[in-house]
Design a protein around this ligand. Structure first.
Ligand code: FAQ
Length: 332
C-alpha cells in the first residue's frame, strides 16, 4: 500500500537458490564483505540502491528543517554549531551517494527519482521545526534514532556502505549530544524555556518512533534484507532499544514523554510503550505529511538553481581530461 512496489527479490530458502546464489549467501553468512566488483544477485543490488539511496536523500532533505533555524539561532556559538551540523549532513549525503554509485546507479538518476517522488526519504523530515527547542529535539531524538539504526549498519555486508557508516556514526553521535545540550539548556532554563522543550518533545516523540519503519508484521523488506545482512535488526527491535535508552534521558531533563501507557516492564526488562499512529505514518509516506510539498519543492529548486554550476564543473572536468590526454600523447 505504501511501499514502492519494489518487492524484496531474493530467496531465503537455500534449496531454491542457484549455485551462484548459494555461494553468495555463504559469503554473507561467513560475515565476508561484498565489494562492488563481486558477483551479487540482482535483488541484493536493487535493495542496496533503494536503501542507500533513500538514506542519502534523507541526509540532504534532513538539512532543511534545521537549516530553517540557522539565521535565527539565539547566539553566535549556537549558530556556528548548527551550521557545522547541517554541513555534516551534506557530507553524509555525499558518502552515501558515492556508495550507491558503486552499485551502478548514477547520482543524476537518484536525484531524478527523488524529485519525481519515485524514491522516498525519511518520514521525519516532513514535520516542521517551529521553535528553537526543536533544534534540541531534532538532535536528541532524530539523530538519536538515526544512530540507533546506523551503528549496526557499520557491520552491514556491503563494504562501501559499511565503511561510509563508520564516519557517519561518529558525527551523528556528536549531533545527538549537541541536541541534548540544547535540551538541557532549555529544560533547566526559565519556565517558558522548559515549556518549549516539553512542547518540542511532545511533537517529535511519535514521528521519531516512526523513523524505524512500520511494525515488523508490516515490514515487507526486513526478512530478505536481514538474510543478506543489509539490515541487522528488525524495525521493532531498534524502536524498543531507542525507547529504553531515551526515556531515562527525558527523566533527567524533567520532561514527560507524551505517552500515558509508558511503563517499565520488569519481566521483559524493557519499557512498554504506545505505538505511533500508523495511519499518520502511511499518509506521510504517500506525500500527505505537513511539509512533504515544501521539502520536495526546496530540493527541486536547489537542483534547478545549481544547473549552471554542474555544467561548469562538467566543462572543467572535460577540459582537464583533454589536457591530460594531450600531455600523455606528447610524452609517448
Ligand atoms: N520513512 O519493509 P520496510 C538521517 C518505507 S537518518 C520513509 O520496513 P526497510 C540522519 C520503506 O522504504 C534517516 N519511508 O523497509 C539525519 C519501504 O518502502 P519502499 C534515514 C519509510 O527498508 C538526522 C516501506 O516503508 N535513515 O537522516 C520509513 O526494510 C538529522 C516498508 O518498510 C536510513 O535511511 C520511514 N521512516 O526498512 C539527517 C537508515 N520506514 O522503499 C539530518 C537506513 C519505512 O519499498 C538531520 N535505512 N519506510 O518504497 C533503513 O534502515 C531501512 O531502510 C528502514 C526501513 C529501517 C528505514
Amino acid at each position: 500500500m505504501y511501499a514502492q512496489m519494489v518487492k524484496s527479490e531474493g530467496k531465503t530458502d537455500r534449496a531454491e537458490m542457484s549455485p551462484e546464489e548459494r555461494a553468495f549467501q555463504d559469503r554473507i553468512d561467513a560475515n565476508e564483505k561484498i565489494e562492488p566488483k563481486d558477483w551479487m544477485p540482482d535483488g541484493y543490488r536493487k535493495t542496496l540502491i533503494r536503501q542507500i539511496g533513500q538514506h542519502a536523500h534523507s541526509e540532504i532533505v534532513g538539512q532543511l528543517p534545521e537549516g530553517n533555524w540557522i539565521t535565527r539561532a539565539p547566539t553566535l556559538e549556537r549558530k556556528q554549531i548548527l551550521l557545522a551540523k547541517v554541513q555534516d549532513e551534506a557530507g553524509h549525503g555525499l558518502y552515501l551517494y558515492c556508495a550507491a554509485e558503486t552499485l551502478g546507479v548514477s547520482r543524476d538518476e537518484l536525484f531524478e527519482k527523488l524529485h519525481s517522488g519515485a524514491m522516498k526519504y525519511s518520514s521525519i523530515f516532513n514535520y516542521p521545526t517551529l521553535t528553537w527547542a526543536d533544534m534540541g529535539a531534532v538532535g536528541w531524538l532524530v539523530d538519536g534514532a538515526a544512530i540507533m539504526n546506523q551503528v549496526p549498519l557499520q557491520r552491514t555486508s556491503y563494504g562501501p556502505y559499511a565503511r561510509a557508516m563508520v564516519r557517519i556514526c561518529k558525527e551523528e553521535s556528536f549531533h545527538q549530544r549537541q541536541g541534548y545540550a540544547v535540551m538541557m539548556r532549555m529544560a533547566f532554563g526559565t519556565p517558558e524555556q522548559k515549556e518549549m522543550a516539553q512542547d518540542a518533545l511532545n511533537r517529535f516523540w511519535y514521528p521519531s518512533l516512526m523513523m524505524f519503519g512500520p511494525s515488523d508484521k508490516d515490514s515487507v523488506h526486513s526478512a530478505q534484507s536481514m538474510a543478506w545482512r543489509i539490515k541487522m535488526n528488525t524495525n521493532d527491535e531498534l524502536r524498543q532499544k531507542f525507547v529504553d535508552e531515551t526515556v531515562p534521558q527525558a527523566e533527567y531533563l524533567g520532561l514527560t514523554v507524551p505517552d500515558e501507557t509508558l511503563k517499565w516492564n520488569e519481566e521483559r526488562g524493557h519499557y512498554d510503550f504506545a505505538e505511533p499512529d500508523w495511519e499518520e505514518f502511511f499518509e506521510v509516506l504517500k506525500g500527505n505529511g505537513p511539509c512533504n510539498d515544501e521539502r520536495l519543492a526546496a530540493r527541486r529548486k536547489a537542483w534547478d538553481d545549481g544547473e549552471w554550476f554542474r555544467e561548469g564543473l562538467s566543462a572543467y572536468a572535460d577540459k582537464a581530461a583533454a589536457r591530460r590526454a594531450a600531455s600523455d600523447l606528447a610524452a609517448e
